[in-house]
Design a protein around this ligand. Structure first.
Ligand code: ATP
Ligand code: MG
Length: 359
């Protein structure tokens, strides 16, 4: 996606808890990059999709949220959820999941990359050893609402929940993953399956991988059953380049991946509508972290790295690379690391250290 006048309208939605603290640092990095690389950002801050808004209005978002966001190029999101006041299923369903659904953000993309300065929970790994992407199908699959609940409360109780895969839905996420792999140095795609146990949907998934692979002759591919794949993430993470998975398997892998590379505070993610018909959404992997909110100690790197993904998506690759370089330099510096990385920098000090290195 490239905008010829290099002017981007961004909806900025900090959300709850530490979302409000890390967002200013994400924006600080974006503004530094815009100044250094000569593009224009129209940032529109929104106070909805957060639990304070719910307290005032009895719902997470205004009825006309779509009109308010009409025409934005991307959504830059912090974190949502404050379980003391709003149950997670309401706060999440009425905000983030609604964006994903309404904007047909059918790809959930997360990098799994071991960064310098971040201690790796897997022994003996160093930066460069772990560097791959998880591509998760984000709209269908196991997370369907097709099913039923019969004879509740009796000893005949039965619950059923169906997995729904469509050829359209599977093919489009596979093509996105193959395409991503085709642009990488190793050009390798790994598919997550379980066709030895799930005998209808997963063989279909496998067959679609084989049907689409010939469109990408430069990309090699293999598949693993999800059980052994999770073990391989931990034992041989260097073997992966791009990993594509259905909604449930992708959900699991996209938490396991960042966990294998250190603190949750640095990991970014993107919910993408690759067609460009709707805006995509960029957010850190972490949640609102009520346990540390309000103290100014949250690590802002996940939010700043999400800005990198957003700029890549918008076609500002040079600016994205500059922010990434600044993140890497800050993670190994003495004064930029936050407490979760055994440093003593505040959220703001870390954000300022990153911004000072952009350009
Ligand atoms: P979600 O809201 O996505 O369900 P969660 O509520 O399970 O996530 P988080 O809010 O991400 O979890 O917090 C999990 C743990 O990680 C908490 O102890 C939190 O303090 C810590 N944590 C999360 N984000 C950060 C961060 N940016 N910096 C430092 N610590 C963090
Ligand atoms: Mg939470």
């Amino acid at each position: 996606m490239t905008n010829t006048d290099r002017r981007y309208r961004i909806a900025v939605i900090p959300g709850d808890g530490i979302g409000k603290e890390v967002m200013p640092e994400g924006v600080r990095a974006l503004e530094a990059a815009a100044a250094a690389f000569g593009f224009t950002l129209d940032l529109e801050w929104h106070d909805f999709a957060c639990c304070d808004y719910y307290a005032r209005h009895g719902q997470m978002m205004p009825d006309d949220w779509k009109a308010r966001l009409d025409g934005v190029d991307a959504l830059f999101f912090g974190a949502v959820g404050w379980p003391d006041t709003v149950p997670d299923h309401i706060s999440l369903w009425q905000s983030l999941l609604q964006f994903r659904r309404e904007y047909d953000q059918y790809v959930n993309l997360r990098p799994v990359r071991l960064m310098p300065g971040v201690p790796c929970p897997l022994a003996g790994r160093k930066p460069g050893d772990i560097d791959f992407w998880v591509v998760r199908e984000n709209t269908e699959g196991e997370y369907s609402s097709v099913g039923g609940h019969m004879f509740p409360g009796t000893d005949r109780e039965i619950v059923i929940q169906e997995t729904v895969m469509t050829r359209h839905g599977v093919d489009r996420v596979l093509r996105y993953a193959f395409d991503l792999a085709s642009k990488r140095e190793r050009r390798h795609l790994t598919s997550a399956t379980k066709s030895n146990g799930i005998a209808i949907t997963m063989p279909f998934w496998d067959a679609r991988v084989e049907a689409i692979a010939p469109e990408y002759p430069g990309v090699t591919h293999d598949k693993y059953h999800i059980d052994i794949l999770t073990a391989q993430f931990v034992m041989n993470p260097q073997r992966f380049d791009v990993v594509v998975a259905s909604n449930l398997f992708g959900d699991i892998l996209s938490d396991l991946g960042p966990a294998c590379t250190g603190t949750i505070g640095v990991a970014p993610s993107a919910n993408i509508n690759p067609d460009g018909r709707f805006p995509s959404l960029f957010e850190p992997v972490h949640g609102s972290a009520p346990d540390i909110a309000g103290q100014g100690i949250a690590n802002p790197v996940g939010q700043v790295w999400s800005a990198v993904m957003m700029l890549e998506h918008l076609g500002e690759a040079e600016a994205a690379a500059a922010i990434m370089g600044a993140i890497e330099a800050t993670l190994v510096s003495d004064n930029g690391r936050t407490r979760d990385l055994s440093g003593s920098a505040s959220t703001e000090a870390c954000g300022k250290a990153i911004a000072s290195l952009i350009g």
